[in-house]
Design a protein around this ligand. Structure first.
Ligand SMILES: [Fe+2]
Ligand SMILES: [Fe+2]
Length: 248
């Protein structure tokens, strides 16, 4: 039995004008690449966590084909909210879980068990600038108003993440894998409320996506940090091959 993760499929079957094909070779027919890898790797007894930015559809009816595409992948599919998932109002997660019962599992203010691990998570948030650079490309400042706004979103997401951890802990889980859509730290930070929460609850791994393009792949932590393994699983970083997070 194995646990896999992959993020940012950015599907657009019902909104072809949003096709990702224009973003370079790695994105060309990426939905077919992802499906092929998933079908090669993921077995029916496995779990695949898709870490957000599933669909470009602006509402649920414009996401139908994208969600059906995902539902047809092998294994148990657990979905996390991404910043582009307009179809998913955090407060209506239960409705989505009812609608796709036994086919897709939406992770928000809840958790899912994988063996003796609890899979916890939320979208997260990261301040992404704008940053002001000098002629050498060094950061000399940033939009402080946007930074203030970002702090509020980070706080709300941290509360949602804590709810996920607490529900798992109340249910008796002591081992955690933590999922975020956004990277856990921004380019100014070494630590954040998200890394500290991972440490507080003793998460073994933190898995995130959202970062696209070579220049953004190293915006946050990859590898070991304070005893926790951090993995970036955005689709283009992995060339759409799911990362194996656990093998038990
Ligand atoms: Fe994305
Ligand atoms: Fe994103």
């Amino acid at each position: 039995m194995a646990l896999y993760a992959l993020g940012d499929l950015h599907l657009s079957f019902q909104v072809p004008e949003k096709s990702m094909n224009v973003f370079g070779k790695v994105w060309r027919n990426h939905e077919t690449k992802a499906k092929t890898y998933i079908e090669q790797l993921v077995r029916p007894e496995d779990t695949l966590v898709l870490t957000g930015d599933h669909s470009w559809g602006k509402n649920l009816s414009l996401c139908q084909e994208d969600l059906e595409y995902i539902a047809a992948f092998p294994g148990r599919k657990i979905l996390l909210r991404g910043n582009h998932d307009m179809f998913w109002d955090a407060k209506k997660t239960e409705k989505l879980n009812e609608l796709y019962r036994d086919r897709l599992y939406f992770l928000q203010n809840n958790f899912y068990a994988y063996e003796d691990y609890a899979l916890v998570g939320t979208k997260g948030f990261t301040f992404e600038g704008p940053f002001y650079l000098d002629r050498r490309g060094r950061i000399v400042g940033w939009d402080e108003q946007k930074e203030e706004h970002a702090k509020k979103l980070v706080k709300r997401e941290a509360e949602r993440l804590r709810m996920s951890f607490d529900k798992a802990r109340e249910a008796g889980y002591q081992k955690f894998i933590m999922f975020l859509h956004y990277p856990p730290t921004n380019i100014l930070e070494k630590d954040s409320v998200f890394t500290r929460m991972a440490e507080e609850y003793g998460a073994e791994q933190v898995v995130y996506s959202h970062c696209h393009g070579e220049s953004r792949f190293h915006d946050s932590i990859i590898g070991m940090h304070n005893g926790i393994r951090y993995s970036l699983v955005s689709g283009d970083y992995l060339k759409f091959r799911p990362a194996r997070i656990l093998n038990t």
